[in-house]
Design a protein around this ligand. Structure first.
Ligand SMILES: [Zn+2]
Ligand SMILES: [Zn+2]
Ligand SMILES: [Zn+2]
Length: 203
C-alpha cells in the first residue's frame, strides 16, 4: 500500500495572457525556482508547477473567464471565484499579463494597493487565483505565488521578533535590491504556508 495515496498534490498552475515567448520562459523559470526553494528548509514543501496551456480543457475555461473579467470592470471578485471553481482541488493559478492588460486594470479597480499583482481569494482556501502584471520581476511572481500558498503580507505580521519586513519577500515592494536570499520568509509566513499545505493535502 502506498501511504501517500490519500494525499492531495499541491499544484501551482501558471498561465501567460497575451505575452511573448520570452515572458513565458521567464515565468516558467521563476515558478520552477520557487518550487525548488520550497522543497528546502524551512518549508520542505512539494509544490508541482503545471502550465495551463498543457491542459486543453482547462485553458479553454480559464481563457473564457479571464476574458469576462477584463470586459467587466466591476466583476473582478466574481471572476476570481469563477476561476477557482474550474481548478482541481488543491490547485492554484497564477496568471501573468502586461501592466496595460484589462486584467490589471480591473484588479487595481478592485483593490487600489494591488499595483503589481493581486491574489484572491487567499488564506485557507482550497483554490486561489493570482494575477501578476509587473513584467520581468520574479520577486513579484514569488510574492503572489506565496500568497497562493498561504502567506500574508508582512505588514500584517506586526511582530518585530518575527519579521524582517525590510528583507522579506512578503513586503510591499519586493525586488532584487531589498529581498534577502532564500529563505526570504518570516517565521509566521512559514507557519501559514505549512498550515495551508497540511489542510490542502488532506482535503
Ligand atoms: Zn501581498
Ligand atoms: Zn515577514
Ligand atoms: Zn512576520
Amino acid at each position: 500500500m502506498n501511504p501517500t495515496k490519500n494525499e492531495q498534490m499541491i499544484v501551482l498552475y501558471w498561465h501567460c495572457l497575451d505575452m511573448k515567448e520570452c515572458d513565458e520562459r521567464f515565468l516558467a523559470n521563476a515558478i520552477e525556482q520557487l518550487c525548488q526553494f520550497l522543497k528546502k528548509e524551512p518549508t520542505r514543501l512539494a509544490v508541482h508547477p503545471k502550465r495551463v496551456k498543457d491542459e486543453r480543457e482547462l485553458v479553454k475555461k480559464v481563457d473564457i473567464i479571464l476574458d469576462k473579467i477584463r470586459n467587466q470592470p466591476d466583476e473582478f471578485e466574481r471572476g476570481a471565484w469563477n476561476i477557482v471553481e474550474v481548478l482541481p482541488a488543491a490547485a492554484h493559478l497564477l496568471v501573468y499579463c502586461m501592466p496595460c492588460s484589462g486584467i490589471a486594470k480591473v484588479a487595481v479597480r478592485f483593490k487600489n494597493e494591488a499595483e503589481w499583482g493581486i491574489t484572491y481569494p487567499y488564506g485557507l482556501t482550497i483554490n486561489s487565483f493570482a494575477a501578476v502584471y509587473q513584467r520581468g520581476n520574479k520577486f513579484v511572481v514569488w510574492h503572489e505565488a506565496l500568497h497562493l500558498l498561504g502567506a500574508n503580507d508582512c505588514s500584517d505580521c506586526h511582530s518585530a521578533e518575527c519579521c524582517d519586513s525590510a528583507h522579506d519577500i512578503m513586503q510591499h515592494i519586493p525586488m532584487p535590491e531589498n529581498v534577502r536570499n532564500w529563505p526570504f520568509l518570516c517565521g509566521k509566513n512559514v507557519t501559514r504556508i505549512q498550515r495551508k499545505a497540511k489542510y490542502l493535502t488532506h482535503v
